[in-house]
Ligand binder design. Structure first.
Ligand code: NAD
Length: 252
């Protein structure tokens, strides 16, 4: 059975996706950086993966805080400034509407942008943490985003070690969030994976945990098999999918 849809036959793929969503009882969504690129947040694998000729994945590493705090600080200062101004796009709002209608039960995300929450989703499992909380990597004392941007030291231990509450390469995922997401995906009868290369462990193991149907919406194929693959831009695909759902919902 054909299961990969591209620009040429996208309409058919979106119709299939709408049917799967309407037929499901417990749909869960898993998102990655590709969900946010249309809100002008670059992903890590695209053309802009290099930040000042440095691989962003090297800077987002726990060792960089300890060994090169200035480099780490510069990266997150810029990231915090960018992320403070970003807004959800129409695709984020589609996911919020699907949750409100009970058609999806939650979102597990690798994104630290907070855009699913800003769009109105209530059940969001931020597997890689978030940029909202800032604290000292040395003693744990909390601080503000402005303190980090201003290159302040910790107000308690005076170390230059302020960091956002994101999970860096080399760190463990927050266990409560991880376990909840894991259980939700195990319970799901439909898992919709959006905008991720599935190259980062352990999140790339999550699609294996559902015994339900699996869908990938992404700009490119990944190394994983799915029941349905729609290649294209997340925003347009989600907006078109909601339109089909609304149309089908009107039919007797
Ligand atoms: P990734 O960069 O490895 O992969 C993104 C995937 O999305 C790619 O396959 C790309 O082709 C696809 N893509 C890009 N734009 C798209 C669009 N408009 N529609 C559909 N697909 C699109 O991202 P990842 O798999 O999430 O892993 C990267 C890691 O970096 C994660 O750990 C994540 O926490 C972090 N990160 C987060 C953000 C964010 O919060 N927005 C941004 C960059 C990186």
């Amino acid at each position: 059975m054909k299961n990969i849809y591209t620009a040429a036959n996208k309409k058919e793929g979106i119709k299939r996706l709408a049917e799967l969503i309407l037929q499901s009882d417990y749909a869960i969504v898993l998102t990655g950086a590709g969900m946010d690129t249309e809100s002008n947040i670059p992903d890590f694998r695209g053309k802009s993966e290099l930040w000042r000729n440095i691989d962003a994945r090297v800077v987002a590493d726990i060792n960089t805080i300890k060994k090169n705090y200035r480099l780490f600080h510069q990266f997150y200062k810029e990231r915090l400034s960018v992320m403070g101004n970003v807004k959800p796009h129409a695709g984020h709002y589609v996911l919020a509407e699907l949750e409100e209608k009970g058609l999806i039960k939650g979102i597990a995300t690798q994104n630290i942008s907070g855009l699913h929450i800003k769009a109105g989703n209530k059940k969001v499992y931020e597997l890689h943490g978030d940029l909202r909380k800032i604290y000292c990597n040395n003693c744990g004392k909390s601080a503000t985003a402005q303190d980090l941007i201003d290159f302040k030291s910790c107000s308690f231990c005076h170390e230059y070690a302020l960091r956002p509450n994101v999970v860096f390469f080399g760190e463990a995922l927050p266990p409560d969030v991880w376990n909840t997401a894991l259980n939700e995906i195990k319970k799901s009868d439909l898992l919709i994976v959006i905008g991720t290369s599935l190259e980062v462990a352990p999140v790339n193991q999550l699609p294996y945990l559902t015994s339900g149907k699996t869908v990938l919406i992404n700009a490119e194929e990944t190394a994983y098999k799915f029941d349905l693959i729609i290649l294209g831009k997340a925003k347009e695909i989600l907006v078109d999918c909601l339109a089909v759902i609304q149309k089908q919902g009107l039919q007797p």
